[in-house]
Design a protein around this ligand. Structure first.
Ligand code: NAD
Ligand code: MG
Length: 384
């Protein structure tokens, strides 16, 4: 029987690549639910090709267009933020690929977990905002949360077969992004189009900017803490510009395990969908016979201070990562609209972290409130 997949965020970079994986393995997977925020044209195209049970368009104004275009099919069409939640609670699928970007991915993922659904998690912000609650729910419901983020997929793969063997530390590799080696006097002038050019990966706009500011690696430290139950000082970041080693685990005997391969998100996506199986594919292979140098260096946290802010949020815990994330989402959005400069992103995040009160053990409601307060404060700094 094929695994029925619900792709939340099917029109995004991860969502589109997941559909390629499903298309290439139509004997193993079916696309049961597809959701998009505003791109109705692509959602319609995907629905006509994959014939899912349900589609959701976030933007309610676009409901009539989608409904009309799919009138001759059996595809059920829903619209609006609430519909995302309702559809996540349905029984018609086996695994949710959480590929919405940002805080918006949290509620549907929680709903899927409530309903005992397996999760393939691309949306790292879900764990940054409320990782304790998400992982606690997964534990209660005894359902796996399988990482899609390439670094976390690497660590997950390194841990297979290790049973109760303890992790001494993990090493998250960072490409360094498009501005590796640059200093503040250069960064002060960079614009969105330049920041969107990632050397190794082609990704959505928000994560591309996060990669350029190194906030992405900061969010990934927090994501790793929750996925692998780690203490802050067990998480190290190293810059590895070639993106061949996707991350490493060091065990208590000092032995290091790494997962390697060419940078291609389809691999961790396929791994998460098919887990615990590995399935063959035709993706290009890394060839050790070709001369290549793999290099490693310390991240420049004097220049890319977001990594320090994220480490601080990780150490403080409670609602601080949620505050960091909310401020960052507002600041990145503003940068993408040319409202603030590249270095201002860090300023907005830092000032918001200083402003909003720390709560050590927030409830879910308090996470929602902290997110709202942090967004309002960050926006007031920017005058959008
Ligand atoms: P993207 O911007 O390309 O796509 C985002 C998807 O989410 C789209 O389908 C969009 O319609 C939907 N969406 C956006 N805002 C929404 C909202 N408010 N409500 C409902 N749906 C909404 O993003 P992406 O690059 O595919 O990244 C998705 C997630 O995966 C992010 O959390 C990112 O950090 C993570 N991730 C991405 C990559 C990558 O290579 N792209 C790698 C690792 C992790
Ligand atoms: Mg990553």
């Amino acid at each position: 029987m094929s695994k029925r997949i619900a792709i939340f965020g099917s029109t995004g970079s991860v969502g589109r690549q997941a559909l390629e994986v499903i298309e290439a393995n139509s004997d193993k997977f079916t696309a049961e639910i597809l959701t998009a925020h505003t791109n109705e044209a692509l959602l319609i195209k995907q629905a006509l090709q994959f014939n899912p049970n349900i589609v959701v368009i976030g933007d309610e104004k676009k409901y009539p267009i989608v409904k009309e275009a799919l009138a001759k099919t059996n595809v059920k069409v829903f619209a609006g933020e609430k519909a995302l939640d309702e559809v996540a609670a349905m029984d018609c699928y086996d695994l949710m690929l959480a590929a919405i970007v940002g805080y918006a991915g949290l509620k549907p993922t929680l709903r899927a977990l409530d309903n005992g659904k397996h999760i393939a998690l691309a949306n790292k912000e879900t764990l940054v905002v409320a990782g304790d609650i998400v992982m606690q729910k997964a534990l209660e419901k005894k359902v796996p949360v399988i990482p899609v983020d390439s670094e976390h997929s690497a660590i997950f793969q390194c841990l297979i077969g290790e049973g109760r063997n303890k992790i001494e530390k993990i090493v998250l590799t960072a490409s360094g992004g498009p501005f590796l080696g640059k200093k503040p006097n250069y960064l002060v002038n960079v614009k969105r189009d330049h920041a969107l050019q990632h050397p190794n990966w082609s990704m959505g706009a928000k994560i591309s900017i996060d990669s350029a500011t190194l906030m992405n690696k900061g969010l990934e430290m927090i994501e790793a803490k929750w996925l692998f139950n780690l203490k802050p000082d067990q998480i190290q970041v190293v810059v590895h510009p070639q993106s061949i080693i996707h991350s490493l685990v060091q065990f208590e005997d000092g032995s290091l395990k790494a997962q390697m391969g060419l940078p291609d998100m389809k691999l961790p996506i396929q791994y998460a969908l098919a887990f615990p199986q590995r399935i063959p594919n035709q993706f290009p292979r890394y060839d050790f016979r070709k001369p290549a140098t793999l290099t490693f260096e310390e991240p420049d946290t004097k220049t890319f201070r977001n990594l320090l802010l994220a480490t601080e949020a990780l150490r403080q815990g409670g609602n601080m990562p949620c505050i960091l994330n909310a401020a960052n989402e507002i600041a990145v959005f503003a940068f993408l609209r040319n409202r603030i400069g590249f270095l201002d992103i860090t300023e907005v995040v830092e000032q918001t972290m200083n402003k909003i009160s720390h709560i050590a053990q927030p409830t879910l409601e308090q996470y929602f409130e902290s997110d709202g307060e942090a967004r309002n404060f960050a926006a007031s700094l920017i005058q959008l």
